[in-house]
Design a protein around this ligand. Sequence first.
Ligand SMILES: NC(=O)c1ccc[n+]([C@@H]2O[C@H](COP(=O)([O-])OP(=O)(O)OC[C@H]3O[C@@H](n4cnc5c(N)ncnc54)[C@H](O)[C@@H]3O)[C@@H](O)[C@H]2O)c1
Length: 244
Amino acid sequence: MRTALVTGGAQGLGAIIVSSLVQAGYRVAIADINPDVAQHLVKEHGEEKVAVFGLDVSNENSVEQVLDQVEERFGLPWLLVNNAAVMKAQPVLEIDMPTFERIISVNLCGTFLCSQRFARRLVAAKQSGRIVNIGSLAGQNGGSATGAHYAASKGGIHTLTKVFARDLAPLGITVNAIAPGPLDLPSVAATIGADRLPALKAALPTGKLGRPITVARMVVEMAREDADGLTGSTIDINSGLYLR
Ligand SMILES: NC(=O)c1ccc[n+]([C@@H]2O[C@H](COP(=O)([O-])OP(=O)(O)OC[C@H]3O[C@@H](n4cnc5c(N)ncnc54)[C@H](O)[C@@H]3O)[C@@H](O)[C@H]2O)c1
């Protein structure tokens, strides 16, 4: 049985990715800054299949420590899903530097750090593997509501996806991204404000928020062993909001 490590898997999209991976036959390590919130997933799937670890993706020691703990519990993962992020809507002229730096640090540096440290371990063990990054439409076209810090961090994640894919391809490690538009999740109203939700929905060509399960199924597909030719790509799941 293969192991997947999902950052930010305690709630929202991450939790749905966790459940889809369990259903696809994985043992899943959830690593989140709020590990207590993930306990419902342990209850739902059982301790044999799901374990929870406290992690701050922006902290080097924390990342190394969790990778050690996951290896000890389940063995070296096959798959890393970089899903943890802070979402924030804020007018560009009002962003202060500590906020800008914090969001870049969690979203972009966190993705870099987790990917690099995971890949180093795969290489040391002479193992192939998979990395899936959760990007965003905001990283492609600036987005419709979220702030410059968030959009820039996600654009950076799409670029990291390509560079890691290029360097790791000869080592049997594929690296792909998914760029969701607004999803049917509580975080959307929490980020942009519930009052702006109807206008956001009305602006979607499909008329509907994206389904988180579509993203989760794409993660499972990208992680397949026989998907070894799929690397460096960013798959759009954005309700037709941005066609490229
Ligand atoms: N919701 C959407 O419409 C949407 C659209 C595009 C992309 N995304 C992306 O999907 C992913 C999940 O978003 P969501 O809507 O489920 O958000 P969410 O806020 O519900 O979940 C984010 C998770 O990340 C965790 N987290 C935050 N900071 C962390 C840190 N420093 N270290 C470890 N864990 C940390 C949180 O505790 C939480 O469990 C994010 O990468 C987000 O940018 C979401």
